[in-house]
Write a protein that binds this ligand. Structure first.
Ligand code: PLP
Length: 525
């Protein structure tokens, strides 16, 4: 395909996409296929001779669409949303065309600098403390990760490194393995499974903090304090706590001010790193009325949410901030010759350096004294300088796409006001659905409706609710997933699509009540 043909095909593809999205509600939201359906529809081997573009396009409807779950259908209410907007899709096209691998400033200056500035824009929309904003006198900054799971893991690994370094600073003879085997991390029993998995990957103990329905599934400061004290008494080293704002099952919020006081610096051998996972709810904090849910952020060392969930920036764009970038970079820095560049230790390209003649990295003090003997252990080396010109040090992979283009297009074309209106519309629709549920005596609401998620169930057994959900999803007209809250099987109704309107909600409710009627007649409840 040459540029002339690309122009033609590209325009056709834009039409195809616009048609798909405009007519998406006519498709059944959940596909009617069995595992393995696709293999029989295409050849076993890649073609020896090229296929035509027409052949490929024809196969989109024949091969692909039958197996697509339509996440952007206004009848999709499962999981949490994944964002979708036309400006983001256009930016994604441009990002694909530029096709850079922006791991450092030299690898693509615009990619590195736009990301830093977009993270600052978004951080300011969220009213994050200045510490987290790169373009200030603070020591922090933001970076785009692929997913919230990655952000949680990156924070955990950085916390592990910081904890071991702090202990070694006061006791250099202590063997590293003797420290790492004693480390213990905490998260709510409502936290996403990716938090537990981060602990598995990092090879540290991860303890779940029990929560209660009566506390709205929020971690209580007293419970965390007790667990930490018991663990310390048993010779363990508490070093990481992952708070959740907007849990996956019910969108519950930990009270981070209270928890910040508990995990605060004064109490422990190594300061406990508080990471905040707000994967879904984070987008809502751009609205002043929801911002109080983020109060206490000043206690956190790192904070992450998925702009690709609810902020109209298509996947992937998981936005993460740290208070002290040297903590993060200190854990991950690798500096082979083939990646070095002239500007790697200069910070001023991306930040407001109080004295542009002195690179910021030379002003900021390292976290540890110099080790007495040279060592290759990451725990025994000095925290590196902290430029913002080399994003590779902020993440696990080396390569990174030009994802900030999506933020730039979306933030400019919606404006803060447009983004706030979008969030508010979803919350209003969730409230509308909640009132429909509350008006029906056969149903109950299972958790507070704070944002765009409604947890509800038929009053009665788990069996009756499981059967109801099965009927709903087998019908394929709407799609929901369940959760378990205090042992009860609960249906989650999450506002997801950009185009969902009140009529879709009412239609969905009509369908749910109709199926509930059938199920209640068939089963004892
Ligand atoms: N954390 C929370 C609270 C979530 O709800 C989710 C997913 O919905 C995740 C983490 C995982 O997100 P990701 O797929 O970006 O890793």
């Amino acid at each position: 395909m040459d540029a002339t043909e690309f122009r033609r095909r590209g325009k056709e593809m834009v039409d195809l996409i616009a048609d798909y999205l405009e007519n998406i509600e006519q498709r059944t939201v959940y596909p009617d296929v069995e595992p393995g359906y696709l293999r029989s529809l295409i050849p076993e081997e890649a073609p020896e001779e090229p296929d035509t573009y027409e052949d490929v396009v024809k196969d989109i409807e024949r091969v692909i669409m039958p197996g697509v779950t339509h996440w952007h259908s206004p009848y999709f209410y499962a999981y949490f949303p994944t964002a979708n907007s036309f400006p983001a899709m256009l930016a994604d096209m441009l990002s694909g065309a530029i096709g850079c691998i922006g791991f450092s400033w030299a690898a693509s200056p615009a990619c590195t600098e736009l990301e830093t500035v977009m993270m600052d824009w978004l951080g300011k929309m969220l009213k994050l403390p200045e510490d987290f904003i790169a373009g200030t006198h603070g020591q922090g900054g933001g970076v785009i990760q692929g997913t919230a799971s990655e952000a949680t893991l990156v924070a955990l690994l950085a916390a592990r490194c910081r904890a071991v370094r702090m202990i070694l600073a006061s006791d250099p003879q202590r063997p590293e393995t003797g420290i790492t085997s004693k480390l213990v991390a905490y998260s709510s029993d409502q936290a996403h499974c990716s938090v537990e998995r981060a602990g598995m990957i990092a090879g540290v103990r991860m303890k779940k903090i029990p929560t209660e329905q009566s506390d709205k599934y929020a971690v209580q400061g007293e419970t965390l304090r007790r667990m930490i004290q018991e663990d310390k008494a048993a010779g363990l080293i508490p070093f990481y706590f992952c708070a959740t704002l907007g849990t996956t099952p019910s969108c519950a919020f930990d009270h981070i001010t209270e928890l910040g006081h508990v995990s605060g610096p004064a109490l422990y051998v190594s300061k406990i790193w508080m990471h905040i996972d707000a994967a879904y709810a984070g987008s809502s904090f751009i609205c002043p009325e929801f911002r109080p849910l983020l109060n206490g952020i000043e206690f956190a060392d790192s904070f992450n949410f998925n702009a690709h969930k609810w902020l109209l920036v298509n996947f992937d764009c998981s936005t993460m901030w740290v208070k002290k970038r040297s903590d993060l970079i200190g854990a991950f820095k690798m500096d082979p010759l083939y990646l070095k560049h002239d500007h790697q230790d200069v910070h001023s390209v991306c930040s407001t350096n109080p004295n542009p003649l002195i690179p910021l990295c030379l002003i900021l003090s390292p976290t540890l004294p110099h080790p007495t003997a040279p060592s290759t252990s990451p725990y025994r080396t000095l925290s590196p300088p902290v430029p913002h010109t080399t994003s590779q040090h902020w993440q696990i992979p080396l390569g990174r796409r030009f994802r900030s283009l999506k933020m730039w297009f979306v933030f400019r074309m919606y404006g803060l006001k447009g983004l706030q209106d979008y969030i508010r519309k979803h919350v209003e629709l969730a409230k509308e659905f909640e009132s429909l549920v509350r008006a029906d005596q056969r149903f109950e609401i299972s958790a507070d409706v704070v944002l765009g998620l409604v947890c509800f169930r038929l009053k009665g057994s788990n069996e009756v609710n499981e059967t109801l959900l099965k009927r709903i999803n087998n019908g394929r007209k709407i799609h929901l997933v369940p959760c378990l809250l205090s042992g009860q099987f609960v249906l989650r109704f999450a506002l997801c699509a950009r185009t969902t309107e009140s009529r879709h909600i009412r239609e969905a409710w009509q369908l749910i009540t109709q199926l509930a009627e059938e199920v209640m007649q068939e089963l004892p409840h």
